[in-house]
Design a protein. Structure first.
Length: 228
């Protein structure tokens, strides 16, 4: 789980994932989704070094433990690699077969969505949730490489995204060697593991990313968080 953002766009004095949402930090909601899933073993939380005390506090107050904290890098790409390297020995040993990558700033993701993404990735290699958006029709075709229904519309991609673990780790190591910086996990896999199919899974309108201040207001009043 990626919690390495700075909160700049939201205008808060701290990373948005530590701001309160319905009485607990955004991060606590995001972690709760995955902590309770029987299909999920290890949970690795990637944070900025200065945020480590805040992250440890959230874990102590809002989880039953077992979350592994790793310090990320300057970019999303580096932070994902840091998280994957934490799992590398377990991936190499075959103890971790697939990895879900999630933005901690998406606290309304449901277990149902995560389960369907994970199942699709295990079956096919990779999976990404997305919403077809008519209003993005003039934008760059980011969703063009996804396998699935292909109406003449583009996809607004969400997380969690999931991939089989070994090709994912290999792709991120190769990307690091090339200095590649992607916008999400799928963009790295499309570039460095083009043979891995990426299955489109229907996303969830409620699964918003907290980016701007008004997103927190929307999340406060969204449908009930379905995980706890
Ligand atoms: C991956 C993502 O959630 C897809 O919508 C989004 O691109 C993440 O953006 P961030 O700026 O890295 O938080």
């Amino acid at each position: 789980m990626l919690a390495g953002g700075s909160g700049t766009r939201l205008g808060a004095e701290r990373n948005k994932v530590y701001l309160p949402l319905r009485g607990r930090p955004v991060l606590a909601w995001s972690l709760a989704t995955f902590a309770g899933m029987p299909e999920v073993g290890a949970v690795v939380l990637v944070v900025r070094e200065p945020d480590r005390p805040l992250a440890e506090q959230v874990l102590a107050e809002h989880t039953a433990g077992g979350v592994e904290v790793v310090v990320g890098g300057r970019t999303r790409q580096e932070s994902e690699l840091a998280g994957l390297r934490r799992l590398a020995a377990r991936i190499d040993a075959g103890a971790v077969d697939a990895v879900l990558v999630h933005d901690a700033a998406r606290p309304l993701a449901t277990r149902e969505l995560a389960s369907s993404v994970l199942a699709a990735a295990r079956a096919e290699g990779g999976a990404v949730p997305g919403l077809w958006r008519d209003d993005l029709a003039a934008a760059a075709p980011d969703g063009a490489g996804l396998v699935g229904p292909s109406p003449d519309r583009l996809v607004a991609v969400q997380t969690p995204q999931a991939f089989r673990a070994a090709p994912l780790l290999a792709a991120y190591e190769e990307a690091a060697a090339c200095g590649f910086v992607g916008t999400d996990t799928a963009s790295c896999m499309e570039r460095f593991a083009p043979d891995v199919p990426i299955r489109w899974v229907p996303g969830d309108e409620r699964n918003i990313k907290i980016t701007y201040a008004h997103d927190l207001l929307v999340a406060e009043h969204a449908a009930p968080i379905g995980t706890v």
